[in-house]
Design a protein around this ligand. Structure first.
Ligand code: NAD
Length: 499
């Protein structure tokens, strides 16, 4: 096992600044009101830096800078923008460990995730949209011998992006790469719980972009997020976060008729059909691995498979094996490379998740694994750790309906295909789902019948740049990733010319 050195210690890949200001017009600027807030690492529960507390005035300054930069940036060629995005990717690749340690320290997630997934995938996101923008050409259609229609893809102008705390750098790349590739200027607001890793990233790449093209205003939702999302000066909002906040954002943007992408909550079913247990072979093992995917990012992921639906004929056997697998998931120091589950993001989230566990017990759910806080001792005793928890119950319980956003899975049985689909579609969310079966027909029919933006079949948690992500229903609107995301950051101009 390797333990990465903690920030500030000898040999650490990252050393945080004592404070981070806003980044506006190509430079760090102090908050107008002069206020800062503490940034706590969930690994130990200690303060490690302080962050500018943004207000309406800071947002206006960032919008001034973005508006000043947008016209020239929008006129750059796709090739020029692609070169810059590839430059960002190259710098990130060269400093992958630095970014990964920063992300883990800020968020609490196990270091293996940013090393193996978040940062490499974020790098690919920049490369993918650099390539995608170069394939765009205005299309010309001839109307008659004398008349032609020329279609141009124009950037929207200044766009607002608001990111959550669960996968900060990766989700930032989902938003920034298509927006910048399409030629927009951006004002980005990181989550108040995890702004620091975004600033470490910014330090690495900011000089590659013309001043004002990317601006970062820190702060809390109501103080900095709301003035940004409700500004009449923006041409789009892309938001990832809770469904309630999504509703608020939509109320601001509908007043201004501003296009809005919302990536919201999920209560994702993971369906195990009986044929999974036909043999205890590699496929069966992979399905058990898929079951424990609810532990990724400590379950603080909107796509986490948080409801396990298991066909009744294999229920006892499969759930027994899943329980053992859950108990063997390694909870530990987030900077150890073998740790599978680290700290929850904040004390608030930790208390919320523990209260959901108590709620599940009160509702009569049976606790098969975990079920409480974990004290890992030593320097981690002030951190926010919860044991991976497996509940058995049914869909009348609120823990089967509510998004819990912690390392908790709720398991239940189903009788046949129709029952599985009925249960899968029985929450207000419809973001992701998993289907496990050896039968191609069952996989296809289930994939089509489940109401969700993404159905992972015999796999889970795959988030490549060229695979679209987004939700139905209360899980949001619009899609991120895939070259279709470029459309959300562009207008089509039809120049109709008669010669
Ligand atoms: P949240 O909605 O409170 O915060 C997310 C972001 O929105 C933060 O940057 C926050 O400062 C900002 N914000 C809050 N109120 C705002 C307002 N009124 N106007 C503008 N901005 C505002 O979410 P949270 O509770 O911190 O995060 C957890 C939730 O996020 C979960 O419920 C989860 O479902 C959701 N989430 C969804 C996805 C997805 O891809 N669908 C990803 C991550 C998290």
């Amino acid at each position: 096992m390797t333990r990465y050195a903690s920030p500030g210690q000898p040999g650490s890949a990252v050393s945080f600044a004592q404070r981070y200001d806003h980044f506006i017009g190509g430079e760090y600027v102090k908050p107008v009101k002069g206020e800062y807030f503490d940034n706590i690492t969930p690994v130990t529960g200690e303060r490690f830096t302080e962050i500018a507390r943004g207000t309406h005035e800071d947002v206006e300054r960032a919008l001034d800078a973005a508006e000043a930069a947008a016209p020239a940036w929008g006129r750059t060629s796709p090739a020029e923008r692609a070169a810059i995005l590839n430059g960002i990717a190259d710098r990130m690749e060269a400093e992958l460990t630095r970014l990964a340690v920063a992300e883990t320290w800020d968020n609490g997630k196990p270091i293996r995730e940013p090393v193996i997934a978040d940062i490499p995938l974020a790098i690919d996101q920049f490369r993918y949209f650099a390539a995608a923008i170069r394939t765009q050409e205005g299309t010309i259609s001839q109307l008659d011998d004398n008349t032609a229609a020329y279609h141009f893809n124009e950037p929207l102008g200044v766009v607002a992006q608001i990111v959550p705390w669960n996968v900060p750098l990766f989700l930032t790349s989902w938003k920034l790469a298509p927006a910048l590739a399409a030629g927009n200027a951006v004002v980005l607001k990181p989550a108040e719980q995890t702004p620091a890793s975004i600033h470490v990233w910014l330090d690495l790449v900011a000089d590659l972009l013309p001043p004002g093209v990317l601006n970062v205003v820190n702060g809390f939702g109501p103080e900095a997020g709301k003035p940004l999302a409700s500004s009449k000066r923006i041409r789009k909002v892309s938001f990832t976060g809770g469904t309630e906040t999504g509703r608020d954002i939509l109320s601001y943007t509908s007043a201004n008729i501003v296009p809005t992408t919302l990536e919201l909550g999920g209560k994702n079913p993971n369906i195990f059909f009986a044929d999974v247990a036909a043999e205890k072979d590699a496929f069966y093992d992979k399905a058990l691995e898929g079951f424990t995917m609810f532990t990724l990012v400590e379950g603080e992921a909107c796509q986490c498979p948080s409801r396990a639906l298991i066909q009744s004929s294999i229920y006892d056997q499969f759930l027994g094996d899943a329980k053992q697998r859950t108990e063997s998931v390694k909870l530990g120091h987030p900077l150890d490379d073998e740790t599978m589950v680290g700290a929850l993001v904040s004390e608030e989230q930790y208390r919320k998740v523990l209260s959901y566990i108590e709620q599940g017990k009160k509702e009569g759910a049976k606790t098969l694994a975990g079920g409480g806080a974990a004290d890992l001792g030593g320097e981690l005793s002030g951190g926010f750790y919860v044991t991976p928890t497996l509940f058995e119950g049914d869909h009348s319980m609120s823990i089967f309906q509510q998004e819990l956003f912690g390392p908790i899975v709720c398991a239940t049985s189903f009788s046949d295909f129709d029952d599985a689909i009925r249960l899968a579609n029985s929450t207000e969310y419809a973001l992701g789902a998993g289907v496990w079966t050896r039968d191609a027909g069952t996989a296809y029919r289930a994939g089509r019948a489940i109401q969700a933006g993404t159905v992972f079949t015999n796999c889970y948690h795959q988030y490549t740049a060229h695979s679209a992500i987004g939700g139905y229903g209360q899980s949001g609107m619009g899609r991120e990733n895939h070259k279709m995301a470029l459309n959300d950051y562009q207008q089509t101009k039809n120049l109709l010319v008669s010669y």
